[in-house]
Design a protein around this ligand. Structure first.
Ligand code: SF4
Ligand code: SF4
Length: 324
């Protein structure tokens, strides 16, 4: 039976829907994503499994957690009832308007929340005026809510642009330089999964699949540092998004044979994955691939579209390729 280690440093994703569709989004979130918001009952169930996995604290992310504020409070309540500490809540700050944001911050403080992780960078600036994160930071300071701007280092570059409106790729290129997409990815050291596969494909040299294929097991699939659990209770390994296993099986162990793609990658790496994919009709692109993980993404996307693999989130692949 395959097992992960004890869980540590995880995030609870309350939804996939977001007001933005950032070009680096590892989870391929967007305004068009379905799946609803994590409900109280499911949150309770997830908290129970997290406790079995001996996890002491999590952060809350999405999607955009503030799209259902009452739902967010219910999830916070369930974490508290389970004795799981909340490190911070991630948000893109789209909701930062003086009066209503103050009220929300007061309610969060009353619920025991101590910090927000507020996104600000050139990618988010295409969807959220960067004045919103700045306003939210100011309101947090006034209310006594902890926060960190992720990432503050981008503010000097953004300061040459109007803060009260969103900016197109063209405007950002003019202000930040033609390669700002590549440079931002490097500054973040982002994982090139999810929608970021498009960034890698735009900038990296392509290599033939044979040069990228090896049998090295993908240990990340069983890594429990910075894992996520989504609103349906799927465990998502760090960076290898689009792959998933039920959280309770991540904690208690995987029954052999149930998740062939997951098991193949865990045991025999990309070579095993390609064996399955070719058997199902996958043909490698003659243009090549930007990296081993990029080849992995496309082989999995092919299998997800064919159907029949519970460990592959078909919507993830479609959404990753839809926006850029
Ligand atoms: S990176 Fe954050 S704000 Fe951007 S689309 Fe993804 S979840 Fe939404
Ligand atoms: S090859 Fe696939 S499973 Fe392995 S680390 Fe890369 S994305 Fe993850």
């Amino acid at each position: 039976m395959l097992r992960t280690g004890p869980l540590y440093h995880g995030g609870v994703m309350v939804n996939y829907r977001c007001t933005a569709a950032c070009r680096h989004c590892l989870y391929a979130c967007s305004p068009g994503r379905g799946g609803g918001y994590l409900g109280r009952e499911k949150a309770r169930e997830i908290c129970g499994v997290l406790k079995q996995g001996r996890i002491g604290s999590v952060h809350i992310g999405g999607g955009e957690p503030f799209l259902d504020f009452e739902g967010l409070l219910a999830v916070i309540d369930e974490l508290g009832a389970a004795g799981i500490a909340l490190d911070y809540i991630e948000t893109n700050a789209y909701w930062a308007r003086v009066k209503t944001a103050r009220q929300k911050l007061e309610r969060l403080l009353g619920a025991g929340v101590r910090a927000l992780c507020i996104s600000v960078d050139p990618y988010h600036a295409e969807y959220v005026p960067y004045g919103r994160p700045l306003l939210l930071a100011k309101l947090c300071r006034a209310a006594g809510m902890g926060y960190f701007l992720w990432k503050e280092e981008f503010l000097p570059a953004l300061s040459g642009l109007a803060a009260d409106r969103i900016h197109s790729r063209g405007e950002l290129q003019e202000a930040l330089g033609r390669a700002y997409i590549r440079d931002t990815a490097a500054a973040y050291a982002i994982g090139m999964g999810g929608r970021a596969v498009n960034i890698e494909e735009e900038y990296a040299r392509r290599r033939p699949a044979r040069e990228l294929t090896d049998e090295a097991p993908c240990g990340r699939l069983f890594s429990t540092g910075h894992f996520h659990v989504d609103n349906q209770g799927w465990f998502i390994p760090p960076r290898c998004t689009g792959l998933r296993i039920p959280l309770n099986e991540a904690v208690r162990g995987l029954e052999p044979g149930r998740y062939p793609v997951y098991e193949a990658l865990a045991a025999g790496g990309i070579a095993e994955l390609l064996y399955i994919a070719r058997r199902e009709g996958f043909a490698e692109s003659e243009e090549g691939y930007a990296s081993k993980c990029n080849l992995c993404f496309h082989a999995r996307a092919f299998l997800a579209a064919r159907g029949g693999f519970a460990e592959l989130d078909a919507e993830h692949y479609a959404q990753s390729l839809e926006y850029y």
